[in-house]
Design a protein around this ligand. Structure first.
Ligand code: DI6
Ligand code: FE
Length: 398
């Protein structure tokens, strides 16, 4: 049995419905990859007192971070479109002209599995270096059966070569491929691809892009019905660029999360609260496309909707490789409190992925922990492009 105790002046357990769950002068006992006990060192039970101990002194221990919305498997980049936007084109203009998501589809289809894996590993390593222990990875740049499966295989293999947990999401309903109409794409490619990916054990959840430049709520509902028939949970890119009815649809299907939500309404917030759906805020996309409509954070708070924060790391709307910067942006741009931002990448991010075994420091959960060179948890979202990671423990392994 591999068992030990770590101690630090500050532990933000993130346990409980809100706040940091702070313990000052705390200890965490780890046994066989799980958290066996957490509390003030002075109360450490006798059965743990003889274990090897590591004292992290004035540092802060938090749960390891969770990035619950990424697109880190993709070919190519879209720096050229960044230039076009800086010369006056909008994100939607570029999408309608066959650029945008479709240009990444072309690059992803052309890339070998080995090249996709190498590129994704560089991105994953950047997240791991920031204390991330769980990363959600979406497909959606294939838009044909073969390439959607290729993306999901690459995503799955990431978890075999790095100490990180990968949650895969099928996002076949991401964009309409050139030369097809949306309805026949959904019925003849997207849903068959989902069934094939599920059969091969490649899918943990199902997502879609519900938007004027992508799919209607009725089209997404067909994908969600197929997911439900396979027993897979759903989530949705909703109300990112316009009010389009995606959030209400997500709530109707008891989605794990509804993501983006800039154009969500008070009624949408009430619906998310009623369905227990997490609102995933993606300030990197808001920043990169210079959106001005803010997600209704006050309504989420008022209705008690749990809020998560993620990078949305993708080559178009959010080439953001930093979960800590996403937390800073959630505070600075969306006015989340630092405690909400940290809950957004721990407790609530776990919930957004349907994971009950991580995201807090609590007895019985996985020992996915991070030790930071900071004296209070608010320093994590406060710093801009600063990574004060001191140590990362994954499944009890330092
Ligand atoms: N919303 C987003 O922000 C990403 N996908 C989506 O549905 C954008 C993906 C891209 O521009 O490549
Ligand atoms: Fe996204």
């Amino acid at each position: 049995m591999n068992a030990y105790v770590i101690t630090a002046e500050t532990i933000a357990t993130m346990a409980g419905p809100q706040g940091y769950g702070l313990i000052l002068g705390g200890a965490v006992a780890v046994s066989d990859g799980a958290i066996a006990w957490v509390g003030p060192l002075a109360d450490l039970p006798a059965r743990f007192t003889a274990l090897p101990r590591r004292d992290y002194g004035a540092r802060t221990i938090t749960p390891a971070l969770i990035d619950c919305h990424t697109h880190i498997v993709h070919g190519g980049n879209r720096a050229r479109e960044f230039e076009m936007r800086l010369n006056g084109a909008s994100y939607q203009d570029i999408a309608r002209a066959g650029g945008g998501i479709i240009s990444t589809v072309t690059a992803t289809r052309a890339a070998s599995e080995a090249d996709l894996l190498a590129a994704a590993l560089m991105r994953l390593d950047a997240l791991i270096a920031q204390g991330v222990a769980v990363v959600e990875v979406k497909s959606g740049y294939g838009l044909d059966v073969e390439t959607e499966l290729k993306m999901l295989r690459v995503a799955r293999s990431l978890g075999a070569v790095r100490p990180v947990r990968i949650i895969t999401t099928f996002l076949g309903a991401h964009a309409v491929p050139a030369g097809m109409d949306a309805d026949s794409y959904i019925d003849t490619i997207c849903i068959p691809a989902l069934r094939a990916a599920h059969t091969q054990g490649l899918v943990d959840a199902v997502d879609g892009f519900c938007e004027g430049i992508a799919f209607t709520p009725a089209q997404i509902a067909r994908v969600f019905d197929a997911a439900r028939a396979l027993g897979l949970p759903v989530k949705l890119h909703a109300e990112q660029l316009s009010p389009f009815g995606g959030t209400a649809l997500a709530a109707q299907y008891s989605a794990l999360s509804a993501d983006h939500l800039e154009y969500a309404s008070d009624a949408d917030a009430a619906a998310l609260a009623a369905s227990g759906t997490v609102a995933v805020l993606l300030p990197g996309a808001f920043y990169a496309i210079r959106e001005t409509q803010m997600p209704p954070v006050a309504a989420f708070r008022a209705h008690g909707v749990p809020m998560a924060v993620a990078t949305d790391w993708n080559p178009g709307s959010s080439p953001l490789g930093s979960i800590l910067l996403a937390m800073n942006m959630a505070c600075t741009l969306f006015r989340l409190t630092p405690a909400e931002a940290l809950a957004g990448t721990t407790r609530n991010a776990a919930r957004a992925l349907g994971l009950a075994d991580c995201g807090e420091i609590r007895a019985g959960l996985r020992a996915d922990l991070t030790v930071w060179d900071v004296q209070s948890p608010a320093e994590l979202p406060y710093g801009i492009a600063i990574t004060p990671l001191h140590a990362r423990i994954f499944g009890g392994v330092l």
